[in-house]
Design a binder for this molecule. Structure first.
Ligand code: SF4
Ligand code: SF4
Length: 327
C-alpha cells in the first residue's frame, strides 16, 4: 500500500513545480487589510497558507493543479500556460484535442499543464474564439493526483452552460471526452479522431494564414493579462458578429457604480491595480472614469472606499471599448 502510494507520488509529481508565485502581484500580501482568499479556497494540498496576513506558497506541497492560477484576479500565479498558443490554435485549427501532458499522443493535441488552469472566463474566451468544436480529454484525470480538478472543471462548465442558456441557448463547442458528467457537443466524439489525419493537411494551410492574422490581432495586447484576453475575445466576437459570444463574454466583464457619497478623492484610482479607474477633468469638471475592459474584478476599490460609495458588480452591458463616465 505504502509502496504503491510512493510510486503514485513519484510518477505524478515532478521535483519542482511549474507554479510560480509573485507576492508583488498578490493584492492580499501587498495590502494588509485586504482579505482575498481566492487562491486559498482553491488549493487542496496545503501549498498555500496564510503567513500573518500575507500568502505563503510552499512549492514542496504544490502538485501543479494550477487552480490558484485560474483563481487569482491579479495574475499572482504563473503556471506556464501558453495562452497565446492556446488561443491561436483554437482560432485556426479544427478538431483540436485539449489534454494535459499525461495523454499527449493525439495528432491535433493542445497541451495545457492541467485542466485546473482553465478558469471560467478563459473557457468562455476559448469557446468564443474556437473555429470549431474541440475535445477536452479527461481520460487521465480520475487517476491523477489532481483528480479534484475534474469536479471544479465540471462545475465551471455547468455554470458556463447556464450562462449560455440565459443568453440564447447556443451549445458550447466543447465535447468532453470520457468521465464527464456533461458531454456537451455530441457531434464530435472518438470517431472524429480518424478524420484528424485527413484534416491535419487542410489545417496546415489554414494555420499558416491564421498565424499571420492572430499575430497582428494580438500584437498590441498584453495577452497574459486576463482582462486583456477577455477584451481580445470580445473584439473577435464583434468582428465576427457573434451575438451569443458577445453576451457570454460581457458577463465576465465588470461594472463599477458610485453613489452621491463619492467625493472624487483619489483613493480608488490609487488602489486600482489595473488602471481601470481614473479621475479626469472633462469640460472643467472632475469625473471618475471607469474602463470595464481593464477591470479584473478584484474589488479593491469597493473594499477601500472610505465613503462606501463604490460598488463592483460582474457583468457589463455598455460599450466595453470606451472609458465610461460613471459620475
Ligand atoms: S488570489 Fe491572488 S490576490 Fe488573492 S490572495 Fe491569492 S495571490 Fe493574493
Ligand atoms: S476598478 Fe475596482 S474591481 Fe476593477 S480592477 Fe480596479 S480596483 Fe479592482
Amino acid at each position: 500500500m505504502l509502496i504503491s502510494f510512493l510510486f503514485d507520488r513519484i510518477l505524478s509529481k515532478k521535483e519542482t513545480t511549474n507554479v510560480q508565485f509573485s507576492d508583488r502581484r498578490c493584492l492580499r500580501s501587498r495590502l494588509n487589510r485586504f482579505e482575498c482568499r481566492a487562491c486559498l479556497d482553491e488549493c487542496q494540498t496545503g501549498a498555500l497558507k496564510l503567513d500573518g496576513k500575507a500568502i505563503a506558497f510552499n512549492q514542496e506541497k504544490c502538485t501543479d493543479c494550477m487552480r490558484c492560477v485560474s483563481a487569482c484576479p491579479n495574475d499572482a500565479f504563473d503556471g506556464g500556460l501558453d495562452l497565446k498558443h492556446l488561443l491561436e490554435t483554437l482560432s485556426c485549427s479544427s478538431q483540436v484535442v485539449l489534454t494535459c501532458n499525461k495523454n499527449a499522443h493525439f495528432q491535433q493535441k493542445l497541451i495545457v499543464p492541467c485542466i485546473g488552469s482553465l478558469s471560467e472566463p478563459l473557457l468562455a474566451v476559448m469557446n468564443s474564439m474556437a473555429v470549431d468544436s474541440f475535445l477536452v480529454d479527461l481520460s487521465h484525470c480520475p487517476d491523477c493526483i489532481n483528480n479534484h480538478c475534474l469536479n471544479s472543471f465540471n462545475e465551471k462548465m455547468n455554470r458556463l452552460a447556464e450562462t449560455l442558456k440565459d443568453n440564447g441557448g447556443i451549445p458550447l463547442k466543447y465535447s468532453i471526452e470520457k468521465n464527464s458528467a456533461q458531454p456537451v457537443d455530441k457531434n464530435l466524439g472518438r470517431r472524429s479522431y480518424l478524420g484528424m489525419a485527413k484534416n491535419s493537411l487542410i489545417n496546415l494551410g489554414r494555420e499558416s494564414i491564421c498565424a499571420e492574422q492572430t499575430a497582428t490581432k494580438s500584437s498590441h495586447i498584453h495577452i497574459e493579462k486576463r482582462p486583456a484576453i477577455n477584451s481580445m475575445a470580445l473584439h473577435y466576437a464583434y468582428r465576427n458578429s457573434q451575438e451569443i459570444n458577445k453576451r457570454l463574454l460581457l458577463s465576465f466583464f465588470y461594472t463599477v457604480t458610485v453613489t452621491e457619497q463619492c467625493s472624487l478623492c483619489p483613493g480608488c484610482q490609487g488602489m486600482c491595480p489595473t488602471g481601470a479607474l481614473k479621475r479626469r477633468k472633462i469640460n472643467n469638471q472632475k469625473r471618475l472614469l471607469f474602463t470595464s475592459s481593464a477591470c479584473n474584478g478584484c474589488n479593491l476599490c469597493q473594499e477601500f472606499c472610505t465613503k462606501a460609495a463604490i460598488k463592483v458588480v460582474r457583468g457589463f452591458t455598455g460599450d466595453p471599448e470606451g472609458a465610461l463616465p460613471i459620475y
